[in-house]
Design a protein around this ligand. Structure first.
Ligand SMILES: Cc1cc2nc3c(=O)[nH]c(=O)nc-3n(C[C@H](O)[C@H](O)[C@H](O)COP(=O)(O)OP(=O)(O)OC[C@H]3O[C@@H](n4cnc5c(N)ncnc54)[C@H](O)[C@@H]3O)c2cc1C
Length: 474
């Protein structure tokens, strides 16, 4: 409800306009609720402004240059020059188009947009602080609130982000020149995606990681394909190394790391990117005022309706915990809006796909073989190597596989792991199959277009059934 320019009350107050918040707001608006969406920075949140979209734009642009310069085997001789500033401007254009779209869609759904930082002031009241000092504040009364304040990068003590030498992913996506060298602290998905980008752009990338391989949480053979490809590109990995301190050295910096025996190693570089994970933004919301307390990791715990411990307050997206993915945030945002509107809706986390846009890409959904066994299934696994797929060879790609995990008793598809070009797209078919409760046989019997990478999906399912045609059956 708007009176002049002072908002005094709303059915639903949504805090944060990332893919969790703006989707919740649009859906609530579609369902006829009076919605106010508050954003302190930029519409689209981390995803559109500093995360998924900018990183994927730079990955695609970098691949254009890298692939052209690396295609002599195909009879192509090119030496592409990269103007990073221009590439970043192009990326910003993509971001602007999408964030503008979010604003328009919100308005078209009747959502009241308020710029400012929201904090709770009472059980049904929030205070919105506008812009900088002296720009005033307003109070909004709400029936329901949806907290969708997202996450921020974790800082390693001693490596506070300065945007010059010590970068978070946000600054690493907006450099105007390719650094000669970069130390990347952390080999999770953000560290690996950006290491690949910068190595392909001609920067000497050194990755230091506390654990003993890249991409913690992924199976060994999945991580191995990605690490070996990154090594072939020239990325220098040092495992078992914890970032300890850094100092200026000539035109650059020296990053010191320590292994578990206390041995110190030193790595010189122009810049250092710290990508060791993200933490929820719950500390600036004055949560006590609404009666909420985050858990010990700072997340807001929610039930199957995205509802927190406080009946009329919901939490969606990164702030509500793993998996911290844009599409999870949006799915949760829709559920929260529908529950507020009195519709029957609930979260279903069993078939959330995830993608890592490394080279090659990774796509996963559902259970791994170990997880299926732990859950009491009798897992049967089918795998198809990329080198046996005609389309992959026409793309000059050989590394990777499609693996499916089924239940031997029932034949149901339980999960899949794909390491391949376009794995982020290939996983969609498998996510649909898991979501629909399809059997291995359903996917194996689906006629896939030839020649495509998706044939490997059908073949992997056939392989699990002992019926693969283009590879030896297990
Ligand atoms: C480099 C990078 C790459 C990524 N790549 C992918 C990918 O490929 N695929 C994928 O699924 N995910 C990816 N992610 C993760 C994805 O960005 C997040 O999971 C997603 O943005 C979470 O959405 P959200 O709505 O919960 O929060 P966010 O997108 O973080 O949005 C939260 C919003 O709340 C606002 N806000 C915070 N506090 C307040 C307040 N008090 N008042 C008003 N506004 C406030 C913030 O300004 C922000 O705009 C990536 C992240 C990064 C950093």
């Amino acid at each position: 409800m708007v009176v002049g320019d002072v908002t005094t009350g709303t059915d639903v107050l949504v805090i944060g306009a990332g893919p969790g918040g703006y989707v919740a707001a649009i859906r609530a608006g579609q369902l006829g609720l009076d919605v106010t969406l508050v954003e302190r920075d930029a519409y689209g949140g981390t995803c559109l402004n500093y995360g998924c979209i900018p990183s994927k734009a730079l990955i695609s642009a970098t691949d254009v240059a890298h692939d052209a310069g690396d295609a002599e085997e195909m009879g192509i001789y090119a030496d592409p020059a990269v103007d990073l500033q221009r590439m970043v401007e192009w990326k910003d254009g993509v971001v602007d188009q999408l964030t503008g779209g979010v604003e328009k869609l919100c308005k078209a759904s009747g959502v009241n947009l308020v710029e400012g930082r929201a904090e709770f002031a009472g059980e049904h009241t929030a205070r919105i602080v506008h812009g900088g000092e002296g720009q005033g504040s307003e109070t909004i009364e709400f029936e329901h609130a949806v907290v969708s304040t997202g996450s921020r990068p974790i800082e390693v003590p001693g490596f506070e982000f300065d945007g010059e030498q010590i970068l978070s992913s946000r600054e690493a996506l907006a450099l105007d020149a390719v650094p000669a060298s970069m130390v990347v602290v952390g080999a999770g998905y953000i560290g690996m995606e950006l290491s690949t980008v910068y190595q392909k752009l001609g920067c000497d990338v050194t990755v230091v990681e506390m654990l003993d391989d890249v991409l913690p949480g992924y199976e060994d053979d999945v991580a191995r394909v990605v690490r070996e490809r990154a090594e072939a590109l020239g990325v220098d990995f040092h495992f078992g190394q914890a970032a300890d301190s850094w100092e200026e050295a000539g035109d650059g910096i020296t990053v010191r790391t320590e292994d578990e025996d206390g041995e110190i190693a030193e790595f010189g570089a122009e810049k250092c990117l710290v990508a060791v994970g993200r933490q929820p933004v719950t500390d600036t919301l004055n949560l006590e005022a609404v009666g909420l307390e985050p858990n010990e990791d700072g997340f807001l715990e929610t039930d199957h309706e995205a509802r927190t411990d406080v009946e009329h307050v919901f939490a969606v997206g990164d702030v509500a915990g793993e998996p911290m993915l844009a599409h999870t945030a949006s799915a949760e945002g829709e559920v929260a809006a529908e529950v507020v509107a009195g519709e029957p809706a609930a979260l279903d986390h069993q078939a959330i796909p995830a993608a890592v846009f490394t080279d090659p890409e990774i796509g996963t959904v559902g259970m791994t073989e170990d997880e299926a066994a732990e859950a009491g299934f009798d897992p049967v696994v089918g795998q198809f190597p990329l080198r046996a797929n005609g389309r992959a060879l026409t793309l000059d790609e050989r590394d990777g596989f499609v693996r499916v995990v089924g239940d031997d008793d029932s034949g149901f598809l339980l999960g899949a792991q794909v390491v391949a070009p376009e794995a982020s797209e290939l996983i969609a078919e498998l996510a649909l199959a898991v979501e629909m409760g399809a059997q291995l046989e359903d996917v194996a019997a689906t006629i896939h277009t030839h020649p495509t990478l998706s044939e490997a999906v059908g073949e992997a399912c056939a392989n699990a059934l002992g019926e693969a045609i283009h590879t030896l059956n297990r």
